[in-house]
Design a protein around this ligand. Structure first.
Ligand SMILES: O=C(O)c1cc(=O)[nH]c(=O)n1[C@@H]1O[C@H](COP(=O)(O)O)[C@@H](O)[C@H]1O
Length: 231
């Protein structure tokens, strides 16, 4: 893409028709798109291929979290699909992330970027406490991000609230993919660790994952442009 857009639009839809209709209202020169669990479970690889055919680079967000062999082969299937980015959960551990990275060495020309989810942006400290993690999100995100970098990953998925600290600790080349983005005064929905687009970029985010603020807008292309204008 000639203009390197920081925005990845989350196509969280129950069927291909709705997802492709939204994609038709966007310009693939102005954003990338994300296919997640709902759309992929309903439609499978064909919706990824349809989006690629329309000119979009696709982030396949299936957040794989399993034993190393299973996860590495899932990442391999994603690479065969020609996706731009694929992700796993960092809490799957070093061997799992390393096995995925090693598997992708087989795709030197068109290797997908491999990122690891740290702590979901829908969680805050009290949620972590309930699952036995008596730790601040910032501290756990930093720990997992360091592990992901040591395991050879290209970057992490985190809240833009953690981006400044991670950028300082992990360097300029490590990708920080940040969901939980909400323009000022928009609905927070189920997100808890939210940041505005402008603040996310200022904090050092590489990519902003944005769903409902764009997809639920009356004019998604205008909503995207309004966000890009602030970045
Ligand atoms: O991996 C992700 O993309 C992801 C990680 C995370 O911590 N939080 C998070 O919201 N996401 C995804 O980012 C998108 C956010 O969508 P909106 O809340 O509608 O902007 C959804 O598709 C989520 O699945």
């Amino acid at each position: 893409m000639p203009f390197e857009s920081p925005v990845i639009v989350a196509l969280d839809y129950p069927d291909a028709e709705s997802a492709l209709a939204l994609a038709d209202r966007l310009n693939p020169q102005r954003c990338r798109v994300k296919v997640g669990k709902e759309l992929f479970t309903a439609c499978g690889p064909s919706v990824v291929e349809s989006l690629q055919y329309k000119g979009f680079e696709v982030f396949l967000d299936l957040k794989f979290h399993d034993i190393p062999n299973t996860t590495a082969n899932a990442v391999k299937a994603a690479a065969e699909l020609g996706v731009w980015m694929v992700n796993v959960h960092a809490s799957g551990g070093r061997s799992m992330m390393g096995a995925c990275r090693e598997m992708l060495e087989r795709y030197p020309g068109n290797r997908p970027l491999l990122t690891a989810v740290t702590i979901l942006t829908s969680l805050e400290q009290s949620d972590l406490q309930e699952i036995g993690l008596d730790i601040e999100p910032m501290v756990q995100v930093q720990r997992l991000a360091r592990l992901a970098q040591e395991s050879g990953l290209d970057g992490v998925v985190c809240s833009a609230r953690e981006a400044r600290a991670l950028r300082g600790a992990l360097g300029d080349d490590f990708l920080l993919v940040t969901p939980g983005i909400r323009p000022a005064e928009s609905n927070t929905d189920d997100q808890k660790r939210i940041v505005t687009p402008a603040q996310a970029i200022e904090n050092g985010s590489s990519y902003l994952v944005i769903g409902r603020p764009i997809t639920r807008s009356d004019n998604p292309a205008n909503a995207l442009e309004a966000i890009l204008a602030t970045c």
